[in-house]
Design a protein around this ligand. Structure first.
Ligand SMILES: NC(=O)c1ccc[n+]([C@@H]2O[C@H](COP(=O)([O-])OP(=O)(O)OC[C@H]3O[C@@H](n4cnc5c(N)ncnc54)[C@H](OP(=O)(O)O)[C@@H]3O)[C@@H](O)[C@H]2O)c1
Length: 199
């Protein structure tokens, strides 16, 4: 599996720390040229490599860590998302009518037609996500949800590799609603920093 993080701000860098901690290769990209991101990528760890957006999107698994409204631009950067796994780490505090009444990730998924689409790694503030997820023998929980049950397994495997305890919530508009903002209100599990004793 190959991994890319699109968006190298607070959340993108937090996730890059998680990959670096486990020596897992990951490319990082934003709208800036890779040279602009390279010093920060190197500072996080040798397995974190800055590339152009186009090159980063060659990865099998792509984590979206851009401002919500920018997902459309990222989606347009590939002619087809078939066969890709897309992990939506974004949050959207926007009126429901702007999302056609859908959970924000279901709205985003429409732009990534054909992808195996999973929401995850979105419920913690970036500083918490950046910290070592293994604390006193417990593993920091990340919540995963998707309308495609089969898409969750490889993302859960990645979360475990990174040291997190993945918890599956089911479909985006079912259990997944707990990690979605609804209009201007946060879902009940957002910001809940939970730990699991056994993975
Ligand atoms: N901050 C948090 O604590 C937190 C926690 C959980 C979830 N989130 C969610 O995570 C997402 C990112 O938040 P953030 O706080 O990390 O934002 P941020 O610090 O502003 O970083 C956003 C990154 O996305 C890049 N970007 C913007 N437009 C892009 C495009 N069209 N193509 C490629 N890269 C693009 C930006 O770089 P350039 O502008 O240079 O391209 C920047 O590297 C948001 O959806 C937010 O809701 C944030």
């Amino acid at each position: 599996m190959s991994y890319a993080i699109v968006g190298f701000g607070a959340v993108g860098q937090a996730l890059a720390h998680a990959f670096a901690r486990k020596n897992i290769d990951v490319t990082v990209a934003s709208r800036q040229p890779p040279e602009a991101l390279a010093p920060q990528a190197r500072a996080i760890g040798p397995t974190v490599v800055a590339k152009s957006l186009r090159d980063a999107l060659e990865a099998d698994t792509i984590i979206l860590a851009v401002p919500f409204g920018e997902h459309r631009e990222v989606a347009k950067a590939l002619p087809s998302w078939k066969g890709k796994t897309v992990i939506d780490a974004m949050n959207a505090l926007v009126p429901l009518e702007e999302l056609d009444g859908l959970p924000s990730s279901a709205f985003v998924a429409k732009a990534f037609t054909g992808a195996n689409f999973v929401k995850g790694f979105n419920h913690l503030v970036a500083a918490t996500l950046a910290a070592d997820p293994i604390v006193e023998g417990g593993h920091r929980v990340v919540f995963l949800s998707s309308d495609d049950e089969d898409a969750i397994a490889p993302v859960a495997a990645l979360a475990k590799q990174l040291g997190f305890a993945p918890v599956k919530l089911g479909k985006l508009n079912e259990g997944g609603a707990l990690v979605h903002a609804r209009g201007r209100a946060w879902g009940q599990l957002i910001f809940q920093d939970l730990f699991k004793k056994e993975q």
